[in-house]
Design a protein around this ligand. Sequence first.
Ligand code: GTQ
Length: 369
Amino acid sequence: MSTSEAKEALHQFANKLASHHLGPLWDNIGEMVTPQPSNGVTPYLWKWQTIRKYLLEAGSLLSLGRASERRVIYLQNPSLLKEGKIGYATNTLYAGVQLLLPGEIAPSHRHSQAAIRFIIEGDGGAYTTVDGEKTYMRRGDLILTPPWTWHDHGHEGGEPVFWMDGLDVGLVKTLTGSFFEPYHDDTYPVTGEPDRSVLRYASGVRAISERKKYGYPSPLINYKWSNIQKTINDLSKLEPDPYDGYAVDYINPTTGGSADARLGTSMQKLPPAFHTRAHRHVHSVVYHVLEGTGYSVINGQKFEWSSGDFFVVPPWSWHEHHNSGETDSFLFSLNDRPVMELLGLEKEDVLQENGGYQQIESVFEPITL
Ligand code: GTQ
C-alpha cells in the first residue's frame, strides 16, 4: 500500500467508526491532552460607567419579584459566547453586578452554586439574609452565600445599592450539579442578632461559644472592609509579594482555608508606581477595581483600568499589574483556585525573561458609551 492509500484506508476506517459513534484516539489525542491549559477563553475588560448606567436603566424597566428574581447585568466574555452559549466571565466563573433600589426585595431562594457578593456602592441600608442571619452591606464588604443557604436581599436605605455577584456557575454547569429552589415566601425569617457572625469572628479571634464549630461553610458571612483595609495597611509595613503586592486571601476562620470552599477571593493593594512581576497559573480570575487607576498586562495586551472596572485573567495567562495613579489601588478578585488545588491541577509559572515583565504588544480598546 502506498502512503496515500494507507491514509485513505485510515480515513475510511475513521468514517466507519464514526457511524457507530466511536472515535479514533490517534486523530484527537492532541485536542484532548494539550501540552498546556488551552480553552480559547480570552481576557476582557468592562468599564464601570457602562455597567452602572445600564443597571440604572434596568432599574426603571424591570421590577423585582419572582418573574425576574434578580436585577443583574453580568459579564459575557465574548470568547465564551460562541454557538448560542449564554457566556460567563471565564469557563468556570460567573460575575455580574446587581442593583437594588430603596424598599425593594430580591426574593429568597437557594441553589447549589456558591455565591459571594462584593459591595461596590451602598449607604449601609441594604442587607442580605443568609439562613436567617441579616447582614448589612457597606462598600468594600465581602458577603458569603454558601451553597444551598437561603438568601434574600432587601433595602432599608435611601440610595441605590450596587454590588458584584460571583458564582461558580460555569463549574457547576460543567459538573452537572445545579439545583435551585425558591422559598415559599419573599423573605426567609430573620433569626437572632443581625451581623452576629461579624461580632463573633472579627480580627481573627472567635467567641468561645463558637469553639466547636469547624469546617464548611464558614461561620463568618461578612468580611467587613474596615477590618480588611486595616489588615492590608498593617501588612504594607512588611515586604510585598512580587507578583501580587500587599495581598490577602479571605479565609474561613475555623479552617484557615478559602472563605468559600469553591470560590477563592482575594484583596490586593498596589501603592503608587508599584509594578508586579508577571506570572501565570491554572486558576482563572475576575478582577474588580475597588479603588485606583492603573493597568494590567495580560498575555502581552495592556488593559487600562480605573475604579469600578472589571477584567478577566483567563487560565494560564501571563499577567502583571501596575498602579499608574497617585493613590493606592485596591483590587478585589474572584478565582477558582480552591477547586484547582483540591483536584491537584493548580500550577504556577513565573516569567524569567526581560526582568519578569512582559513586552506590551497591543492595547485593549474598551467599548465606550
Ligand atoms: O443574588 O441570589 O447574580 O441567585 C445570580 C444568581 C445573583 C442572587 C446572581 C443568583 C443571585
